[in-house]
Design a protein around this ligand. Sequence first.
Ligand code: GUN
Ligand code: ZN
Length: 451
Amino acid sequence: MNAAASSSFVLKAHLLWWDDDPYFHGHATQHSVPKGAMAIGEDGRIAWVGEADALPEAFGAWPSVDRHDTLVLPGFIDAHLHFPQSGIIGAYGTDLLDWLDTYTFPEESRFGDRVHAASIAATFADALLYYGVTSACVFSTIHPAALEELAAAFDARGMGLVSGKTAMDRNAIPTLQDSAQSAYDESKALIEALEPRYERFDYAVTPRFAITSTEAQLEVCGALHAEFPQTRMQTHINESAREIQTVAQLFPNDASYLDVYDRFGLVTDRALFAHGIHTTPAEMTRMAQAGASVVHCPTSNTFLGSGLFNPGANREAGVNIGIGCDIGGGTHFSPFVTMQEAYKVARFHDQSLRAAETYYWHTLGNARVMKTHTDTGSLSAGKWADFVVLRDPINDPIAALRLERVETDEQRLFAYQFFAPRVETWTRGVQRTTPPAHRRPHLKTTPARRT
Ligand code: GUN
Ligand code: ZN
């Protein structure tokens, strides 16, 4: 594959995206252009977007790519998942801590082998593209070679990557531990090597979670995050009851789980905290004040029985929310499955997520929590031409029954969470996947309404 093989063209399709959070800013955030055109330059970026009738003359001679009778959305973004866990999805177990010890740590120990890491990285990146994911915030392992291979795999496919070497220097098997010093040295070397090498790579300082890092290691993570102000920070927080209890025992002088990270300078506006199911009101207030983000991972939370994330409480507190599949605690790469599970989990709090809200999270919302929103997340001029072409499922009579009853864009998107469409994925203006050939018309151009 070639990351930079785009040639200029004009995509003609029904374009749909969000330019802000529809929960807070209403229906006007949704842009739906049934007879749309998107001009994409040789640099792989969107040069112009709007009504096909209004296409400026400058783009009139560019070849046209026709995708009528489909819906074109921004490429999906996943804000939390683990590439070395691709092989342990659905591994039978009990709670989070047992699952980590029994399956996860032994599996991750294998990633010191560069050939193995490269092979899984390729499979992982291909799987994401297949399901429409064009950029992601990913956990690797402690091994520098694993991160190098992951970054190369994403770059080769034109995908955006936020990731870092995992830091963990206690409470894991010896083959999966580094030290405070090696975490600092290796992370610094990786930042300096990979950020200039790959245009779409951003480093995330990555202490796995408070249980597997000593104070000395959390301190060097905070130092790195401060020394390299462009870095993101990713970790886990408030996922399971046993985890929270263990953190309280390991850090008896900190008032809360978040306080542990805060003491080391890890609660910033570039921080992504996965899970946050049992976050207290005081912790939410502090996260909001810092501009930090929580990443909701619903299929993981139901699989491991960790608990039910409360979107409303986080929103009321002003915490930014992202969404991720959290493979391999999570059970599916597909954003449609993740969004479906988010809907179900919210129902347990008597909340109902509109399609616009979940799709926003999986596009511009995640770009914002990953701080890649100037480059990705919407179909806006200047951003990378990362997009998905969605077609109704085929050979599925029940899906057909359901979709026959759909009248608006938003109803169709809502239904797609349960009857996944066929997905064709583009990154940097290059088609990366091919959906099943057969296509049938389905779209009505009824103006979108609130459901
Ligand atoms: N907490 C620390 N490590 C992990 C992990 O790999 N998966 C999940 N779900 N939670 C974690
Ligand atoms: Zn995770």
